[in-house]
Design a protein around this ligand. Structure first.
Ligand code: GLU
Length: 504
């Protein structure tokens, strides 16, 4: 039997980082077993549907390199892959459960349901649920009988279809990550399967689709663990237990403080992205994405992989192929994984170190354009070659290299105060003249010229170089100063050194 896994997001908003991690683990598991990674869009909840979310989810997966083999964009023989296009299927299966006595019609109005809750609360019961005990006191096809049910149906009375949860049983399943999980049916309600609008609930659609799409493993977030009880009951009710998928519930992703689940608000609060790509919410809110923040997708993948999984060795850097080889659900932890943005930046830095400067330039270019700065591509490649070792994100470059395209944004006056002197000012005037007449304006020649000047005049190398950097860029720190000089070009260098030398 070949492995088939699915990532099944609901398009109720953009794909958050927890969803991306779920997609990644499904992808890795599929690849590792020579199986199939499927994308299924669970869009039956009309109320929570958000326009643009589905596109966003698919674009994000593609950016991350987690391209599904089957899904709404690619198609496949188990389609359609959007639940809203499969409505009739669910209804048919719900009727099948009714026929087999595993589900029933419930005609209770919202007021009646509310009344039932209020009555039980008044009697001192706290959590009242529609279950085997309450069932007979409500208006449904079990309490009313066949004839009355048919009458109500014929009249077009609104109804839901509920799962008939068995009274007082203990049912269990084996979670690959958590081990045996047991639950008492006495704790569960007769969950709604079909809503009054005729659409299925998540539980019914999810189980029917996993069955029809021949899903072998369900790998999803911990928040779905409690729903699995109803899912297992559904497999039993349908008689599908033989082919029931194996379940694996991934640990939560926690806030940087380690307290509670990471939310989109945390991104705003701590100043980091929690979505792969920029997201303009229909409510008018805007959330910056990892891509636009200046992350490379492979760095984000590497970071996500280690949120809840560890290779069992000291190795930290993994590309998708490396992950595919090393990944195992056995090494996924049960406890929550803390979101550490500094670690994400560290991964990005590692990948930028070895990234092709041309690729970095291509990513940087639109960021500069956005700031109204248009830089020639070949030149930008040279800039990225010099700077790639010094940055954590591509967008760091917009600020760090600003001095190259326009004026110096600001001078580090503290550093100047500490290192600058009248004596150095005189030397800088002389140096400006030497630099101006240097026949070969390359980093190599400038290095020879300046180091020999510093030595023969008995100056402190560190001071001169830091002030030279400050003279041309505003800041004493940066990459190799000779490369900075070469990048800036003779004319600007000379003008800036002369004007800097005028400071006393
Ligand atoms: N539609 C659910 C979600 O939004 C799917 C959960 C599952 O994978 O079963 O995450």
């Amino acid at each position: 039997m070949s492995v088939r896994v699915r990532f099944a997001p609901s398009p109720t908003g953009p794909l958050h980082i927890g969803g991306a991690r779920t997609a990644l683990f499904n992808y890795l598991f599929a690849k590792q077993h020579g199986g199939t990674f499927i994308l299924r869009i669970e869009d039956t909840d009309q109320v929570r549907y958000v326009a643009g979310a589905e596109e966003y989810i698919q674009d994000s997966l593609e950016w991350l390199g987690l391209v599904p083999e089957e899904g709404p964009r690619t198609g496949g023989k188990y389609g359609p892959y959007r639940q809203s296009e499969r409505k009739e299927i669910y209804f048919k299966y719900a009727l099948q459960l009714i026929e087999h006595g595993q589900a029933y019609y419930a005609f209770d109005t919202p007021e009646e349901l509310e009344g039932m809750r209020a009555e039980h609360e008044a009697a001192g019961e706290t959590a009242t649920k529609y279950d085997a005990h309450i069932r007979m006191m409500m208006r449904n096809s079990i309490s009313l009988g066949e004839e009355r049910t048919q009458e109500l149906l014929a009249k077009g009375t609104p109804y839901t279809i509920r799962l008939k949860v068995p009274h007082d049983q203990v049912i269990g399943f084996e979670d690959t990550i958590r081990g045996p999980v047991n639950f008492a049916t006495a704790e569960l309600d007769d969950r709604v399967l079909i809503k009054t609008d005729g659409l299925p609930t998540y539980h019914l659609a999810n189980v029917v689709d996993d069955h029809l799409m021949e899903i072998t493993h369900v790998i999803r977030g911990e928040e779905w663990l409690s729903s699995t009880a109803h899912h297992v009951l559904l497999y039993m009710a349908f008689g599908w237990t033989e082919t029931m998928p194996k379940f694996a519930h991934l640990p939560l992703i926690l806030k940087p403080t380690g307290q509670g689940k990471l939310s989109k608000r945390d991104g705003a609060q701590f100043g980091f992205p929690v979505f792969p790509l920029d997201w303009h919410d229909p409510s008018g809110e805007f959330f910056q994405g990892f891509r636009e923040f200046g992350f490379l997708p492979e760095a984000l993948i590497n970071f996500l992989a280690l949120l809840g999984w560890n290779p069992g060795t000291e190795q930290e850097i993994f590309d998708l192929n490396g992950l595919t080889a090393a990944f195992s659900l056995d090494h996924v932890s049960k406890s929550g994984a803390r979101f550490d943005f500094d670690k994400a930046l560290w991964f990005n830095q590692q990948y930028l170190l070895n990234a092709d400067p041309e690729r970095i330039a291509t990513l940087l270019s639109p960021m500069l354009d956005h700031r109204g700065v248009h830089v020639e591509h070949q030149y930008l490649i040279q800039v990225c070659t010099v700077y790639r070792e010094r940055i954590k994100t591509v967008s760091d470059l917009t600020k760090a290299t600003e001095y190259l395209y326009g004026e110096i944004p600001e001078y580090d006056t503290d550093a100047i105060g500490k290192m600058w002197s009248a004596e150095l000012a005189t030397h800088f005037q002389t140096l400006a003249g030497l630099i101006e007449t240097e026949s070969d304006f390359t980093a190599e020649h400038l290095r020879v010229l300046i180091t020999s000047y510093v030595k023969s005049n008995g100056l402190k190398m560190g001071n001169v170089l830091q002030m030279l950097r400050t003279a041309i860029s505003g800041s004493p720190s940066g990459p190799d100063v000779y490369q900075m000089l070469e990048l800036l070009g003779r004319e600007k260098v000379v003008a800036r050194v002369i004007s800097f030398a005028a400071r006393v």
